[in-house]
Design a protein. Structure first.
Lengths: 490, 241
């Protein structure tokens, strides 16, 4: 009969009280786990969304993050083909990197000349095949998948626009956009001058939807012409001069010469920079999609890793690999957290709420266990006196009651974990749809408790510690009882 | 005060012991300068009316209370010099207790209750088992080893308490009115058992009682009144206060 066995029997002595305490702890632990599981899932959802969209790491010209959006040409990434080759050829990186692909992001004005309307946009160019591979990434086994880009296999001048952009550009009918009141279309088309229309529509849509023209045409043109243009730009002193860069001028000329006739799905894109709007493209819109918010515009190489935990390893290796390119342009490697402050802020908010919930529930557990142990000490005062008379030291009494608290904590935490896992399974089974912040599609409400070792272990240890600490004060009081008074207790 | 001629070897010796308690703001003297010797291997009874200080005196001799003045020497150890842990160890090793309400641990079986003091002493399992079994047989409860206290009668519980008190072979067993909660037949049987234990194990039994049967069975009878020993009657001689 050791202290733990005796403690266990003492707990079983008043089963109803022990059960009530146990249930309070179990419900508390389960609540912590459910919120933690929800928070973990939000983390994975957000992280996956960002990594599918922009990769784990991006190689940019140094300071592009700070100044690039104001002057993308000056801060653009030159020589990206060689950089990409160096990354792909590196033994270490090739084992870590799933996809390495260039991306071009720009701001400008898109116009539907046939309808006489235009609006400002933020656009992204990419290699559709690479982006679709990136969209398949699912390290955390999420139930939500990203739809592949419609641009893969489409014509060279194809583009996808946001529904907001399509609506403002009066392409509802051509692209079968819902929620396009005919009266508005008529009024906009007939009454408003195109310049005003663009400004108004922009004011409404920009903040909400960040209208975005994703063009394979851009991607391909970018991909094809960047090699040439970068080389030229380098040759011209890094493209920082006041003259229009040769690649842009060439593209502008090509587009001007090959511009097809205007049609219901045709838009013209005027790409703007700090030095004006030199780049014109005529694009065939093949689809309109809802778009999320993008926090950062950049010109960079995106690297998607097999696993998120490899970020630091890949970053360290990239620094070595990219050292050879620093002579021509200073480079920086940024991870998705640096590129997406919204993700960091959101998770910090969830962490804070989780901490608050834990403290609240911990407090409830503390007082519940403490109350139970206090009652137990009062009820067993004579027994404490007897044990002390028989030679049990104060430390022995302290250990006995603390052990009872710890056992209660263990049982409560384990029961809570089981309850949390069960409830999480039920919630996941129900798959209630909800719209997370920043999302454009409903996703199944998911609580991720199973497999979250750190969350489970942290909650278990936390609850056991709280229960043990709760028992300490009553145990200390019991140990300090005067033997004569204890034996005399009625 | 009493003076003993040719004092015998003592298991307990009290020297000018005083003890008072606070009742609100009033200090009430309970034990008033008592000198006493308890002989080894004797069946000693403390007699006196309610409030005479019997339980307080037993507590002082049982080392669960400390005197305000004077010295308590138990088994040649001046217990006032011991700190709390040392005193706990000393009690466990030297003194056994039998309580009026038995005070068995309700979650432990008869066997485990008797075994518990041996566990505190760190005795190995083999020695514990043999000792507990012997004691269970000695108190006539060999077949009740697995019974919880709630499954035993009052007399049986007190037998378990006696066995528990004897588990560590103490030099002194202190019993505060051990037959008070028992019917007369059971009380007599318990008394006989304790008497036989004194003879069998050569342990000093010291207990308080109002029971005339106890007085008859005692070797030494100590009369206490108002915190003062009025007389000590030892078999064949009477000491006066």
């Amino acid at each position: 009969m050791n202290t733990l066995q005796l403690a266990l029997r003492n707990l079983l002595r008043n089963r109803r009280r022990s059960l009530a305490t146990l249930l309070a702890m179990a419900v508390g632990s389960a609540s912590i786990l459910l919120f933690g599981g929800f928070s973990a899932n939000v983390d994975y959802e957000l992280l996956t969304r960002h990594v599918r969209k922009g990769g784990h790491l991006q190689v940019q010209q140094r300071d592009f993050y700070l100044y690039g959006s104001g002057d993308p040409i000056a801060y653009g990434l030159a020589d990206h083909g060689r950089i990409l080759k160096a990354i792909r050829d590196d033994e270490v990186l090739s084992s870590l990197v799933r996809v390495a692909t260039p991306t071009l992001q720009f701001g400008g004005i898109a116009g539907n000349s046939a309808a006489g309307v235009s609006r400002t946009i933020i656009g992204a160019g990419f290699v559709a095949e690479d982006i679709n591979r990136m969209r398949e990434w699912n390290e955390f086994g999420l139930r939500t998948t990203a739809a592949p880009s419609a641009l893969q296999g489409s014509a060279a001048d194809a583009a996808v626009v946001g529904t907001g952009v399509a609506r403002v550009l009066l392409m509802c009918e051509a692209l079968k956009i819902a929620n396009c009141p005919a009266v508005q279309k008529k009024s906009l088309a007939s009454d408003a001058p195109s310049g005003d229309l663009g400004t108004k529509a922009n004011g409404k849509a920009k903040a909400k939807a960040n209208g975005k023209a994703n063009g394979k045409a851009n991607g391909k043109a970018h991909g094809k012409s960047n090699g040439k243009s970068n080389g030229k730009r380098n040759g011209n002193g890094n493209g920082n001069g006041s003259a229009l860069p040769a690649d842009i001028a060439q593209l502008s000329l090509q587009e001007a010469q090959a511009a097809p006739a205007a049609g219901p799905r045709r838009i013209d894109v005027l790409v703007a920079s700090a030095r004006g709007a030199p780049n014109v493209a005529s694009l065939e819109v093949i689809r309109a999609e809802d778009q999320g918010v993008k926090e950062l515009d950049d010109v960079s190489i995106m690297l998607q890793l097999a696993r998120t935990e490899q970020i630091e390893q890949a970053r360290a290796r990239l620094v070595t690999v990219l050292a050879g390119f620093s002579a021509t342009q200073p480079l920086a490697v940024l991870d998705f957290r640096q590129l997406n402050p919204f993700y960091v802020q959101t998770m910090q908010m969830f962490d804070t709420i989780f901490g608050f919930v834990f403290v609240l529930i911990g407090g409830i557990v503390l007082f519940t266990v403490s109350n139970t142990m206090n009652t137990s000490v009062v009820e067993r005062t004579v027994e404490i006196g007897t044990l002390r008379a028989m030679g049990l030291r104060r430390g022995g009494i302290l250990r006995l009651f603390v052990a009872e608290g710890a056992l209660l904590g263990c049982a409560g935490a384990l029961l809570g974990a089981a309850l949390g896992l069960l409830l999480a399974a039920v919630v996941n089974r129900v798959a209630m749809p909800w719209l997370p912040p920043g999302n454009v599609e409903l996703v199944p409400f998911t609580v991720r408790v199973w497999g979250e070792g750190r969350l489970l272990l942290g909650t278990l240890v936390g609850i056991v510690c709280i229960a043990t600490v709760s028992a300490w004060w009553p145990a200390y009081r019991a140990a300090r009882l005067d033997i004569v008074d204890a034996l005399r207790h009625v | 005060m009493q003076e003993q001629e040719d004092p015998p070897q003592a298991v307990v010796e009290l020297v000018r012991v005083e003890k008072s308690y606070h009742l609100g703001s009033v200090l009430v003297p309970v034990i008033k300068g008592i000198n006493l010797i308890v002989r080894p291997a004797c069946f000693s009874v403390l007699l006196g009316p309610s409030g005479s200080g019997k339980t307080t005196l037993l507590n002082l001799m049982g080392c669960v209370d400390k005197p305000d003045q004077g010295e308590v020497v138990v088994a040649n150890c001046q217990v006032g010099a011991l700190d709390d842990d040392a005193l706990s160890d000393f009690r466990g090793e030297t003194i056994g207790f039998i309580f009026q309400n038995f005070n068995l641990l309700p979650v432990l079986s008869a066997y485990e209750n008797i075994e518990y003091p041996l566990l505190l002493a760190g005795a190995p399992a083999s020695k514990r088992g043999a000792r507990v079994q012997r004691l269970l047989e000695a108190v006539g409860l060999g077949d009740k080893a697995k019974n919880l206290p709630g499954q035993l009668s009052g007399g049986q519980r007190q037998r378990v308490a006696i066995a528990r008190a004897l588990a560590r072979k103490p030099k002194l067993v202190i019993a505060d009115e051990p037959t008070a909660n028992l019917d007369s037949a059971t009380g007599a049987a318990i008394l006989a058992l304790m008497r036989s234990m004194v003879d069998r194990y050569a342990i000093s039994f010291l207990f308080s009682s109002h029971d005339p049967e106890v007085i008859k069975a005692a070797d030494d009878t100590i009369f206490l009144s108002d915190g003062v020993i009025q007389s000590v009657r030892r078999k064949g001689a009477v000491g006066l206060a």
